[in-house]
Design a protein around this ligand. Structure first.
Ligand SMILES: [Zn+2]
Length: 413
């Protein structure tokens, strides 16, 4: 099998020129969607694509597309990731996948010419929700037709600006968002940094993602009775804090017993009325629980619900659980996964198959096409911080697997 070569220096140059746009301190990046820095970063990607002879265009939502036309008029094989960052984030989250897509298409065009099937690399305009708290996945949502006209007004930045107005300020016409919808994509592969510690622990540069985990977020409230901390004997109290302590410990123990890849997190807790000498009346807490297997995820939520119900009933406490977010797991396409594996084997790049615990644009793209993802090792599993780091060698290995996979799919060998 022919091996597509990727020049480390090309990846380094493009990644580091993006890292300078919106640079914060030594290694931080603050590149908010539709900002001046965002526009400059998009210009850099556009210039790279034009230089490589790719056909470049920005769609109506603000995603930048690089196209390498195939011989057949059939559907498109696409790859890419997002250009926006956390505030501040690091150099690799999103940017690496955008760079890997562009560099892969440039390398394929230069080394093997016109593909049979058309290839496109996309630079998604927005994924993080770091400027507009409810905008998350704006770019990929635009492509799959999940932006409603009212979202342009109701989606506002932390400063209160409607996203439609901000889009107009960078030359986009918000009335045309529907024009960004695609129905001609037959496969989508996203390369992203891992953001977790699995690859580092296994001492491997690359992971093939078999599924993006499903996520449930709940707000749970436990009601008791506020009494005097001195005058009320323990046996006469209905103390929601005591119920919370048992619940927190039971749920986390349960997730430990299930083992990987189940996870459960209680990240917020509010105690009311919150007096030092008052037995609380109410404890409200957040519950985030994830599992990539659809059935196991449902079972996880029902077991947790039953546990909490039983504990509250036994202690005479009121219990309510409100679902805030329910995102189904997104399973990678088996055929794409086996082609990624074959590509990694062609190149003798050691890898493992793993699950993504974080959400990605690929989940949105799964609504219109089979998807898969490639992960690149993150030092210390760190992300969403200026400290995130992946070695150039690992970034290059990930891009090589991506380019080789696209070659296996889009070219007749
Ligand atoms: Zn990301």
């Amino acid at each position: 099998m022919l091996k597509i070569a990727i020049d480390e220096k090309v990846i380094e140059d493009l990644l580091m020129s993006l890292a300078k746009i919106g640079q914060v301190g030594e290694t931080g990046v603050s590149r908010m969607a539709f900002s001046e820095e965002w526009a400059t970063a998009m210009d850099i990607c556009r210039a790279f694509g034009e230089e490589a002879g790719l056909e470049m265009r920005m769609d109506a939502v603000g995603n930048l597309w690089a196209r390498l036309e195939g011989k057949s008029r059939g559907p498109v094989v696409a790859t890419g990731s997002h250009i926006d960052s956390q505030d501040p984030g690091g150099r690799y989250d999103g940017a690496l996948g955008a760079v890997a897509g562009l560099v892969s298409l440039a390398a394929l065009k230069a080394q093997v010419g016109q593909p049979d099937q058309t290839l496109e690399a996309v630079v998604f305009c927005e994924e993080e929700g770091s400027r507009f708290p409810t905008s998350g996945f704006w770019g990929s949502r635009g492509i799959v037709g999940k932006i409603a006209p009212e979202d342009l007004v109701t989606t506002r930045s932390f400063a209160g600006e409607p996203i439609g107005e901000v889009m107009a300020s960078v030359g986009l016409d918000p009335a045309r968002v529907g024009a960004a919808v695609r129905d001609d994509i037959s496969a989508f592969i996203e390369l992203h940094i891992e953001q977790g510690p699995i690859l580092e622990a296994a001492d491997l540069p690359v992971g093939l993602v078999s599924a993006i985990t499903g996520m449930g977020q709940f707000e749970v409230s436990i009601e008791g009775k506020d009494d005097h901390a001195g005058a009320f004997p323990m046996d006469l109290r209905r103390d929601p804090m005591a119920g919370f302590a048992e619940i927190a410990s039971s749920l986390i123990d349960h997730a430990h017993r299930l083992g990987r890849p189940a996870v459960t997190t209680i990240g917020q807790c509010t105690v009311e009325p919150g007096g030092t000498a008052v037995v609380p009346a109410r404890v409200t807490f957040s519950l985030d629980a994830r599992h990539p297997d659809p059935d196991a995820r449902e079972k996880l939520y029902s077991t947790q619900d039953n546990l909490m119900r039983e504990i509250c009933a036994r202690r005479g406490l009121g219990y309510t659980r409100k679902e805030l977010i329910n995102l189904a797991p997104c399973v990678s396409d088996a055929s794409l996964l086996s082609r990624m594996k074959a590509a990694a084997d062609d190149l003798e790049i050691p890898h493992l198959t793993m699950v993504s615990g974080a959400g990605h644009d690929a989940q949105q793209m799964a609504l219109i096409a089979p998807i898969a993802m490639l992960f690149v090792r993150s030092e210390g599993g760190r992300s969403h911080t200026p400290e995130e780091f992946s070695t150039l060698g690992d970034c290059c290995d990930g891009t090589r697997v991506l380019a080789q996979t696209l070659y296996r799919i889009a070219y007749t060998q």
